[in-house]
Design a protein around this ligand. Sequence first.
Ligand code: DIG
Ligand code: MN
Ligand code: MN
Length: 389
Amino acid sequence: MSVMYQPKKEDKFTFGLWTVGNRGRDPFGDEVRAGATPIEAVRRLAELGAYGVNLHDNDLVPINATAGERDRIVAEFKTVLDDTGMKVPMATTNLFYHPVFRDGAFTSNDPAIRAYAVQKAMRGIDLGVELGAELYVFWGGREGAEVDAAKDPVSAVKRMREALNFLCEYVMDQGYKMRFCLEAKPNEPRGDIYLPTTGAMLGFIATLAHPEMVGLNPEVAHEQMAGLCFHHAVAQAIDAGKLWHIDLNAQKPGRFDQDLRFASEGYKGAFFLVKLLEDNGYDGPRHFDAHPYRTESDQGIWDFAAGCMRSYLILKEKVRQFNADPEIQEAYREANPTDPDLEALIESYDRPKAETLKAMDWDPEELAQRRLAYERLDQLTFELVTGAR
Ligand code: DIG
Ligand code: MN
Ligand code: MN
């Protein structure tokens, strides 16, 4: 296999423990494989060239573990991290698997469950800090509704804000170096999930008491489930200075959340996503929130993991070729005419500019005639991504 696409620590590839630990259970079928244990995941991913792993609290520490059991498990995990040099850049709380959260966690109608969820998140934050995480993801998988007669959507947003404001204050009070990343999803497992898209999360962050501590963790499959262009959503996150983490996977349109191996579907979108990340100097983890096909054996888990990283590196090389290709770049320049005087006129307001602009004589018929040679540029892109060029 070409060493050109051999992952290195500086690529910052990370995997959730739950990805290579996935046992293949789905709503219509039982487990099909053992899945990797946390220790095995760290060791095997390190061998493949990954930078680190991420985890939900209960991926490592069972929800019913005693304090002593927790400390023993964490100590053993820290030892294997030290042995392999693997990092834990991000942690998160499982606020969706246990039946207690069946009607929500932070947005549950039951104040006792809301309080328990905040307590569980505080303990998850403590664990993340202990493992070296400086990013903490909140994915509200159960924060939603099927029966809107039972739940007030305005109260739901208010409860999410209260919980996150409380937890921001907790991090500040503890003196932790940690920032939060919000992950959106439109539905599944709830009929509708509140704050369903990255755009909705951006609007929500602006309402928080400490918006400077809260960013985004967009996921490919989740925006695509909403019928949206993922890399456009990521572009807005970058523009807002809020792209602090990202969940990479793949998805067929109109399906349930497939969490497929990165770039295994939608090659063109994956190419433009990698182009956006690399062209804009994204320096966060390239995190794979995906899992092997249910048809895979335990050996296939590592084919999946290697494939995620290799596919990213192949697309990264395609981006380099695209940016260096004279014919493509000439077509791109033709598609992006510049006029420094006009651009200066409209990039910021003052009254003289407004009066100059209002006095100008535009002919929309003439403007409409300008050539847009997009067919040629799109064909060149197709030929580069497919290797024909
Ligand atoms: C699912 O897309 C979510 C959970 O797995 C987790 O909270 C988050 C971490 O990336 N993604
Ligand atoms: Mn997903
Ligand atoms: Mn995710």
